[in-house]
Design a protein around this ligand. Sequence first.
Ligand code: GTR
Length: 326
Amino acid sequence: MKTITTALVAGAMLSLAVRAADAREWRGWNIHPPEYPVSTGMEYFAEEVGKRSNGELEAKVFHSGVLGDQPDAIEQVREGALDWAVFNFGPIGAVSPEANIASLPFIFNSVDSMFELMEGPVGEEIADGVRAIGLEPLGYFDSGARSFYHRERIIETPADLDGQKFRVMGNQLYVDMVNSLGGNATPMPYADVFQALSTGVIDGAENNYPSFESSGHYEAAKFYSNSQHLILPECLCMNKDLYDSLSPEQQALVKEVGAEAALLQREEWAKREESSKAKVLAAGVQIVEIEDKTPFQEMMQPVYDKFLEDNPQLSDLIDRVREAQQ
Ligand code: GTR
């Protein structure tokens, strides 16, 4: 009897050990603090994937950029040192030409048309470009529109950027964008921007309302001008080899939960845009509408020309994005 019990216990322990080894916890990178909409979407993904796979799959999120800066994290998920993340299309575009189409200034007319395109045939070609660098997209998150903000001045025309130092994310397209407007682009990690703004190392930066607010940038930059020059989605994605190693059922599960997480994130995003805007207004930020964006748009021609010179194969895809919005 004792032998049988021992054998059963040993067997149970072995199967637990096998399951634990299979269910290696996926480490997820997140730049934002825990209560941010991206974070809510990621927590949902981690929880539902665990639940619906009966513990076969396990995912965890590390918030607040504790696992490092975004470009490094992209490298790490590509290589499999980290397993999954939500990345902004800006830093993804720095290493994937197809993904970089989303970073062409003013390429999308609205958040709605951006999602429509990203989730249609054009988006599938962009997703292939993301796969080509070793990331499997599972869903697209909302990141609103990015606009310029400044420590001391309202931006109404390109002349207001003249000679001013603006922080941009690390992507040559943004350097070209700000420099073409007459500014002085300063690429810098997100985590360093608050101090640089506070001390006047830079004059301004650009971001959406929720990041402007959650990062505290609004405490140092009191003038937010709605240029909306970039409408950038974010990608919930995982290491592609890891995705390819899953069973067809598991692949279907992570895609399904990824799509649900994206829908939840978009609802949270809409609420957070409102509350962030209210919070910065209450803190004394002046928000300025730019009624006529044409002067900014016209100055983007050299940025597009250079991008097409470097990536002639993408000309047709860019045309299709534009035609779809006419
Ligand atoms: C935020 C975005 C982050 C990061 C940041 C930045 O809006 O969600 O992933 O890209 O902007 O400006 O670096």
